[in-house]
Design a binder for this molecule. Structure first.
Ligand code: SAM
Length: 223
């Protein structure tokens, strides 16, 4: 292992202890996955030294890579066991998809900005996350031809949970999404039961907007 790899490994361990375990993330599989995925490898060069800080950071195209704690909370809420087919809406850097790939059997991740999707695809391939499929599309419509999904995670802020995503959630499936207005959201968790979707509310959060047919208006992002 190079000196640089050792340096980042140390920062990742510190992130796990001080930002995640100390704040109540208890799922050992989530902690192990986040300790092993090299977050700095999904960052633009200028941001690499900040990769394990307790914050969201800018990537290309005016988008962000989510705060490690938020990645951990959302992943823990998905309650993954290893054999699930997962849909992520909002690939961004590809980091969350890499974490999911370690905890599930198959990951589909959808990004509307081609530049980000291409970069994430290259990084995921280069790093060996071979069970991740990156798709360029409006993820608010889901991926009907790959449905149903065991888990769905939305990593951009939605005005409400897009109906097509609920329709594409399989029996006993779990969906996690930030829902609210443009500046403040709450994580919503939906479990698909025999009695229909059961909804619970979790942590407050702030995400960039989900722009698309079943999200915010992408032609005029202020609406
Ligand atoms: N999960 C990402 C990561 O690990 O880096 C962070 C996601 S970033 C906070 C939100 C992403 O959602 C942005 O890249 C944005 O372009 C994307 N996005 C917004 N609306 C979308 C849509 N309708 N379909 C797919 N991606 C969308």
């Amino acid at each position: 292992m190079s000196v640089s790899d050792q340096h980042y490994r140390g920062l990742a361990q510190l992130m796990i202890r001080s930002q995640l375990a100390a704040r109540g993330i208890q799922d050992k599989r989530v902690l192990d996955a986040m300790a092993s995925v090299p977050r700095h490898e999904f960052m633009p060069e200028a941001q690499k030294s900040m990769a394990y800080e307790d914050m969201a950071l800018p990537i290309a195209a005016g988008q962000t890579i989510s705060q490690p704690y938020m990645v951990a909370v959302m992943t823990q809420l998905l309650d993954l066991h290893g054999d699930e087919k997962v849909l992520e809406v909002g690939t961004g850097s590809g980091y969350q998809a890499a974490v999911l790939s370690m905890l599930a059997s198959e990951v589909y991740t959808v990004e509307r900005i081609p530049e980000l999707a291409e970069k994430a695809k290259q990084d995921l391939q280069r790093l060996g996350y071979s069970n991740v499929n990156v798709v360029i599309a409006d993820g608010t419509a889901g991926l009907p031809d790959k449905a149903p999904f065991d888990r769905i995670i939305v990593t951009a802020a939605a005005p409400s949970v897009p109906e097509p995503l609920i329709e594409q959630l399989g029996q006993a499936g779990i969906l996690v999404a930030p829902v609210g207005d443009r500046w403040s959201q709450t994580l919503v968790r939906i479990v698909m039961s025999v009695n229909g979707p059961q909804q619970t509310f979790h942590t407050k959060c702030v995400f960039v907007p989900l722009l698309g047919k079943y999200g915010w208006n992408y032609q005029n992002p202020e609406q």
